[in-house]
Write a protein that binds this ligand. Structure first.
Ligand SMILES: Nc1ncnc2c1ncn2[C@@H]1O[C@H](COP(=O)(O)OP(=O)(O)OP(=O)(O)O)[C@@H](O)[C@H]1O
Ligand SMILES: [Mg+2]
Length: 244
């Protein structure tokens, strides 16, 4: 469904993502694991054309979308649930949700809201409340629901478990599992290995802006690349042919 080939993103002299290639299949959840600063967020933003790419090619549903801007990619069916949720805390839950369907005709926005409230009944009950009053897990659910408001076929999620209590991580995990069950494909960036284990079939490990390992999650987790990424034993740029 999504193919990223040789994506490179640099901020001036800092090359944050160096030749990353990955694929995400329809109807599956693909994980991206990696330590702080590994280049996970930059990879997602690079896919969306949100940061200047130095190289790389993106295809979506067999179509080359490399030249499309972020807005066109959203229209094509890719949504982002950004790092740190990025809700507007003083705005109502409903107004936060509506931002996910920004620019759509009123009838479309209302239909998508209705569908969101069908899925998350409690959001309907609390729709007029300020988003900032919700718990962390609930706010993350609003951020995910807002991403779904663009009616995507692929959702890119940037560390949805970040800063949440273990109970809230479970809650968010269940929400994501429900979305996966409906057949919406996802790319899940996470430092929470357990969440990736639970939701993903395939995952990639990023370190120093490069893919250091990839494969079926059950083979990957417990492997050297994952422990290197998290324990810092791999504190050097990867060199030579990488295990796949
Ligand atoms: N706008 C920017 N300008 C300059 N450098 C940046 C910018 N954004 C990211 N970087 C650098 O690129 C590298 C990768 O950052 P990125 O945010 O992609 O990592 P990450 O894997 O998402 O980390 P985290 O787990 O902390 O979110 C880091 O060295 C970071 O400092
Ligand atoms: Mg990040």
């Amino acid at each position: 469904m999504l193919t990223v080939s040789d994506l490179t993103v640099a901020f001036g002299p800092t090359v944050a993502v160096r030749g990353v290639s990955l694929t995400a299949e329809a109807g599956t959840v693909t994980g991206i694991l990696g330590a702080n600063g590994a280049g996970k967020t930059t990879t997602l933003l690079g896919i969306l054309g949100h940061v200047p790419r130095r190289g790389g090619r993106i295809t979506f549903d067999g179509r080359d979308v490399t030249a499309l801007d972020t807005r066109a990619l959203v229209r094509a069916g890719i949504a982002l649930c950004p790092e740190n949720r990025r809700l507007f805390p003083s705005m109502s839950i409903e107004d936060n949700l509506l931002l996910g369907a920004y620019g759509q005709p009123r009838a479309t926005r209302q239909a998508r809201l209705a569908r969101t409230y069908e899925r998350f009944g409690w959001l309907h009950d609390r729709r007029a409340e300020a988003a900032g009053r919700l718990s962390g897990g609930q706010q993350q659910t609003v951020a995910i629901a807002r991403a779904l408001m663009s009616d995507p076929r692929l959702v890119l999620l940037d560390e949805p478990s970040s800063g949440l209590s273990p109970v809230a991580v479970e809650e968010v995990g269940e929400v994501l599992r429900g979305i996966a069950r409906d057949g919406t494909a996802m790319v899940l960036v996470e430092q929470n290995v357990r969440l990736v284990e639970r939701l993903c079939s395939t995952a990639y490990v990023l370190a120093h802006g490069q893919v250091t390992a990839s494969g079926p999650v059950d083979e990957l987790i417990g492997g050297d690349a994952v422990s290197d990424a998290y324990l810092g034993t791999g504190d050097r740029p990867a060199a030579g042919p990488q295990p796949r």
